[in-house]
Ligand binder design. Structure first.
Ligand code: NAP
Length: 315
């Protein structure tokens, strides 16, 4: 029996997620008269809304701010009729004849097709205290929280492009930025690594991992314990903030009972963006563990819209 507050929508195409993949899919689908409905999750606009300068998106020779780029994506999709609503998909049912999506406001969407572009979320270190200190000195977003650490000491964890980017951004505010990385080799691109290395505010602490972040009782970070992986020695270090930049986990928990995922939880796609369920397509970081760029996400969003159009016209 349905609750009195339930609302049902029957829809042609529903797109879950509003990053570069989802909004490009929405743009192409809207222009193809598929009447797409986009459920924008959090953060709306995806990971690019949490970043600053994007220098590698073609068409912007002087770079563009991530949030500004996402506003343009959104406006372009809406211009052609894409409908975007804020909401969280809490459950899906891909077993029934219609593909069903259940939203947090009790809306049930019966959709003929679904494009999944839920992206990926920041990985955490797994320390008990880090969740208690999120927003109180522990952060996964320098753009969002760097401003709060003006003239303070901060650490960034990781050895990839994200860690370099976060550290470089933080030098605009902090008086000292330490990059803590668990080994000596870096995943970061040479250009980003060199930029970090040549910044006098940045210092590297290698072969080291954070084993403890103190002090939750005061609701702010005061110091951390770092363990040297080579000699096993631990030492305390004062810091005002810990920025974690160690990669991402795909947002696929909603789909694990229905879709084929790889061992790391990414959606497996075939023949373009098709999943194992007819009518369900996936694009962007949720199915791309290799390239993970805004431009590749946008490209796969375009592919998903074209694949969906072909699927719907063959129904
Ligand atoms: P990534 O390349 O996977 O790097 C993650 C880093 O975190 C690695 O150095 C890894 O160490 C470390 N790490 C992972 N788990 C850890 C743990 N539990 N404890 C300590 N360290 C841990 O991830 P990313 O830096 O987020 O980059 C992802 C993709 O986005 C890349 O393709 C990157 O090029 C791209 N990206 C591009 C830009 C840009 O061009 N402006 C900016 C950001 C990201 P190990 O090396 O030892 O595994």
């Amino acid at each position: 029996m349905s609750s009195s507050t339930e609302k049902s929508i029957t829809n042609n195409l529903t797109i879950i997620g509003s990053g570069p993949a989802g909004l490009t899919a929405a743009l192409y689908a809207a222009r193809g008269n598929l009447n797409p409905l986009v459920i924008e999750g959090f953060p709306p606009g995806g990971q690019l809304t949490l970043t600053t300068d994007v220098e590698n998106f073609p068409g912007f020779p002087d770079g563009v701010m991530g949030p500004d780029l996402m506003i343009k994506f959104r406006e372009q999709a809406e211009r052609f009729g894409a409908k975007i609503i804020t909401g969280e998909v809490t459950k899906v049912d891909f077993n029934s004849k219609k593909l069903q999506l259940f939203l947090d406001d009790n809306t049930i969407i019966d959709s003929s097709s679904v494009i999944i572009s839920t992206g990926a979320s920041a990985k955490m270190l797994g320390l008990q205290e880090e969740s208690e200190l999120i927003g109180k000195g522990v952060s996964t977003c320098a753009t969002c929280d760097g401003f709060f650490f003006k003239d303070q000491i901060v650490v960034v964890v990781g050895g990839g492009d994200s860690a370099m980017e976060e550290a470089l951004f933080l030098t605009k505010f902090a008086k000292k930025v330490f990059i803590i990385h668990r080994r000596e080799e870096f995943r970061a691109s040479q250009i980003m690594l060199e930029r970090a290395r040549s910044n006098t505010k940045i210092e590297f602490i290698l072969n080291s991992e954070i084993t403890q972040i103190n002090n939750p009782k005061e609701n702010k970070v005061t110091d951390i314990i770092i363990k040297n992986n080579k000699n096993g020695e631990s030492k305390s270090m004062s810091t005002d903030a810990v920025f974690i930049a160690i990669g991402h986990i795909p947002n696929t928990s909603l789909f694990k009972d229905f879709l084929n995922l790889n061992e790391n939880g990414y959606i497996l796609t075939d023949e373009g963006t098709k999943t194992n369920i007819p009518g369900v397509f996936a694009c962007g970081d949720v199915q791309d563990w290799e390239y993970r760029q805004a431009i590749t996400a946008a490209g796969s969003g375009c592919m998903a819209a074209i694949d969906t159009e072909r699927y719907l016209s063959n129904l």
